[in-house]
Design a protein around this ligand. Structure first.
Ligand code: GTP
Length: 579
């Protein structure tokens, strides 16, 4: 049987299966590479960008904290030198912040965040640029204070000299008064008393003036400073007025007052310098407040930035985790799918397409080798296997022919002696195994030599065929078998038949041959052809082989011949004559 499907070459099938498996492997490989590339870029982003981002943001937050500390210290400074040092630290801190902000703005990819970072950077740059002005103001205050300190040092020295001078003056007046008292120069004494009083007032005002002037260095607001300046001026004028009324040489005091006045009203006087220092400090303080506010804003911003970056990292980490899980699942599924496709391809192309047809072909070959010639030929769409099946079909028909030739008699078409021997042995074994009887009939044409001699061998051959056809026509069971035993002798094997049944069949056959009415002029039986039959039957517990059984049938046939032919004789241990 041939397949209706178009035949395909085995080589093509195996090549196709190979390409499918390799294609699937490549597809799997490409999918795995693409997925791993995606994961790789996510990990790189996490490690290369996000980690740098969070590190920089944390650094930024740390620096902004330091910035706050410095601005706080700037507001509570001890002196301008310290403030200048702190301003330098502040400048360095702003620069660190700006560097961090620049780095963050550089690695930031989101447009909005980048804009925010650039804006923050602009603010930081603005406050950094304010610092030279602050330093300048602080330096200005420092210089003014230094000059004011010098003036005050001078004033302190003057105050000390003034006090000493006044003491000396009072001692001198008192000594003079004592002398005048001895001289009873009361006018001079009265004048001394008056001078003493005026100088006391002068001294008192002087002390007060020096005190007020010494307080200038601790004044930190302009109102107080102006008020002190006015008071000092009033004291100075009062002192001048008192000195105007003092008799004697007052040039020393006027000179002193001139020096004091110089510190109060001249160029870069004490009050002007203090005013300058206070103003610079006030402006610097105002700017410092902005710096402090900016530091506060930057600290808040950086803290938010840290939170934002941490959130981003958590988000990226979460995405990476879910992507990794998806990657593993995808690889697993594609692996399963790949295995399934390999199995499907192997099953379809190799198992179903090659192995099964090959095994079916092998089974068919085995069956044919075992003479089972009714076996079906396998159906395949393989070109090469179909060619094998076609050859096997030819072999099968040859085998059938050979088997037929090996089993059948060429002249009559019934089984031959070879086949009979094999089958009889099998039937005997079957009967023994199943405790069944087995009957055989050995029959022979009577006086066939004379028939040949009279009618010729061709007629004899035809006669043999007719006899066989007649015998076949009365064989009803498929297990019954007719075989040519040799020459004009035939045997019928009747399984599961007792002697009585065998006899009846032999008689039926004999009568059937008679009924053919084949003319045989040399026959003593009404001139027609007859047969003689010897029968026997085997049954347990008899111990008998096939040859012994045949010999018994042959002996019975011999008896039939001896006793006149055209008859049936049985031998079951002893010959039994039925008729
Ligand atoms: N035409 C033909 N004759 C055959 C064939 N086989 C055997 N014979 C003949 O059958 C004859 C058998 O002769 P015999 O053995 O003497 O037996 P018979 O003449 O039948 O005598 P009985 O058997 O005693 O009745 C021989 O002449 C054989 O030549 C065959 O195939 N064709």
């Amino acid at each position: 049987m041939t397949s209706t499907k178009p035949l395909k070459s085995l080589k093509q099938k195996i090549t196709l299966a190979f390409y499918i498996i390799v294609g699937m492997a490549l597809f799997n490989g490409v999918v795995a590479i693409l997925l791993s590339q995606q994961l790789k870029s996510e990990i790189e982003h996490l490690v290369g960008v996000d980690v740098v981002k969070v590190t920089t943001a944390l650094q930024l937050a740390k620096n902004s904290e330091k910035l706050q500390i410095i601005t706080a210290r700037l507001n509570h400074y001890d002196n301008e030198q310290q403030r200048l040092r702190l301003l330098s630290e502040l400048s360095a801190q702003w620069e660190l912040l700006i560097n961090d902000s620049r780095l963050l703005a550089l690695i930031e990819t989101a447009t909005v965040s980048k804009q925010e970072l650039n804006h923050a950077l602009d603010i930081q740059l603005y406050y950094l640029q304010q610092l030279p002005l602050l330093a300048e103001l602080t330096d200005s205050a420092l210089q003014a204070n230094l000059q004011a300190t010098n003036i005050q040092a001078n004033l302190t020295s003057m105050a000390s000299g003034f006090t000493d001078e006044m003491q000396t003056q009072f001692h001198s007046i008192n000594a003079d008064s004592e002398r005048q008292l001895k001289l009873k120069n009361f006018d001079k004494i009265a004048m001394n008393i008056n001078t003493n009083q005026q100088l006391s007032q002068f001294s008192h005002l002087g002390e007060h003036l020096f005190t007020r002037l010494s307080q200038v260095k601790i004044i930190d607001n302009l109102v107080e400073l102006n008020r002190t300046q006015r008071e000092a001026m009033r004291l100075l004028l009062n002192m001048e007025a008192i000195l105007e009324g003092v008799s004697g040489d007052t040039s020393l005091y006027f000179n002193l007052l001139s020096q004091i006045k110089q510190t109060m009203v001249g160029e870069d006087n004490l009050f002007e310098l203090s005013r300058k220092a206070i103003k610079s400090t006030h402006i610097a303080n105002a700017h410092l407040e902005y710096q402090a506010d900016a530091a506060q804003i930057v600290a808040t911003y950086t803290q938010n930035l840290v939170n934002q970056v941490e959130n981003e990292i958590q988000q990226t980490g979460g995405e990476l985790k879910s992507d990794s899980t998806a990657f593993i699942i995808l690889i697993f599924c594609s692996g399963i799918l790949y295995c399934f496709f390999i199995w499907l391809t192997s099953w379809h192309f190799i198992t179903k397409g090659i192995i099964k047809p090959v095994m079916a072909t092998r089974d068919a070959m085995n069956a044919i080798a075992n003479e089972k010639l009714d076996t079906h030929m396998p159906v395949t769409d393989n070109l090469e296997l179909q060619q094998m099946v076609n050859s096997l079909e030819t072999l099968k028909s040859y085998a059938a022919q050979v088997k037929g030739m090996a089993e059948t008699d060429g002249l009559t078409g019934c089984y031959n002696r070879r086949y009979l021997d094999i089958q009889l042995q099998k039937e005997l074994e079957y009967a023994r195994d199943h405790n069944m009887p087995l009957g055989i009939i050995l029959f022979d044409i009577d006086n066939f030599k004379q028939f040949n001699d009279r009618y010729g061998h061709v007629a004899g051959d035809q006669c043999l065929k007719n006899i066989v056809n007649a015998a076949k026509s009365i064989l009803k069971r498929p297990t019954d078998m007719l075989a040519r035993y040799g020459g004009e002798e035939f045997m019928i094997v009747l399984p599961s038949s007792h002697l009585e049944e065998v006899y009846q069949f032999a008689e039926l056959l004999r009568e059937k041959i008679i009924s053919l009415e084949i003319p045989h002029e040399d026959s003593p039986h009404a001139g027609i052809l007859t047969i003689s039959a010897g029968i026997t039957c085997w049954q347990l517990p008899q111990q008998l082989d096939a040859n012994s059984l045949i010999n018994r049938a042959d002996e019975a046939l011999y008896h039939a011949k001896l006793t006149g032919r055209n008859r049936t004789e049985a031998l079951l241990g002893q010959p039994i004559r039925y008729s």
